[in-house]
Write a protein of this length. Structure first.
Length: 275
């Protein structure tokens, strides 16, 4: 991975506050002027290496991720049809992952379509029609939250969390090649979970997601897939009950010298993988 781009993203600030108070973000307007978040961020520059020359060498076990050559029956316009996404695309992902990973079962619990607004990251003051790229380094889940999700998806099955469970993210462009706000992944071998990650609550009106925010470290090694095509999907690990210190932090980032590139459009799927 010799070629690289220079860009930036945001990391959780190392603040003594988090020794006493868990980071949180409310995804609704709270009453009585209660603070919507206590997350303080710092921007850091990054050198992000292009993995394309070695993309076929990546594996979940060695690198925490791989590039999946995944051709869907879905057409571009189909991704605006929630029924087709659920009945076609999510089934394709679940069946494909189960076969590729040799898993006993795959359960998808969330999917998100993102289409960057032309003004992003500058706020328009108005709600966006679609979710926007996430420009904060993070990990989607924790082991404890994944166990809780597995039990929620399988009520009454008291043995569901006794075997190995992985939580993976599948990230696929809807248009390509991606030259606008691509995804950067952090080499899990350069990340220390007990030092570099901080559990954080994302609080919605009727449920809570526990993810992990990332403190910046100069030891991190970041990489991306240049000119990612629609049939090239990232699959990357978020949690693994058999390897608790093995996870892939990730973030979107701007290509600073890009000019008049089409705004990024993508879909991501989060799934539990049972062995």
């Amino acid at each position: 991975m010799s070629a690289s781009v220079r860009s930036y993203t945001h990391f959780l600030r190392r603040d003594p506050l988090y020794d006493e108070e868990k980071p949180y973000s409310l995804r609704f307007t709270p009453p009585d002027r209660f603070p919507r978040a206590n997350i303080q961020l710092d921007r850091h520059d990054l050198d992000i290496f292009d993995v394309r020359p070695k993309k076929d060498e990546l594996s979940l076990e060695r690198n925490g991720c791989f590039v999946w050559n995944f051709k869907s029956l879905m057409q571009y316009d189909d991704f605006d049809n929630e029924e087709k996404v659920k009945e076609i695309f999510l089934l394709e992902v679940a069946d494909g992952l189960r076969q590729r990973l040799g898993a006993r079962q795959v359960q998808i619990f969330e999917h998100t379509v993102r289409k960057r607004h032309s003004e992003f990251p500058v706020s328009t003051g108005e709600p966006y029609d679609y979710n926007q790229p996430t420009s904060i380094a993070h990990v989607d889940t924790t082991i404890q939250w994944c166990h809780a999700m597995a039990q929620q998806l399988n009520p009454g099955d008291t043995r569901i969390t006794q075997g190995r469970i992985q939580c993976v993210n599948v990230w696929k462009p809807l248009r390509g090649p991606v030259r606008d706000w691509p995804l950067a992944l952090c080499d899990p071998g350069t990340l220390r979970c007990d030092v570099d990650l901080e559990p954080c609550d994302l609080v919605y009106p009727d449920y809570v997601v526990e993810n992990r925010q990332v403190y910046h470290s100069p030891q991190f090694r970041w990489f991306y897939l240049s000119d990612q095509r629609t049939e090239e999907a990232w699959v990357f690990l978020q949690t693994d009950t058999a390897r608790r210190d093995w996870t892939v932090a990730h973030t979107a980032f701007p290509i600073l010298d890009a000019r008049n590139e089409a705004p990024r459009e993508s879909i991501e799927v989060r799934a539990l993988v049972y062995y």
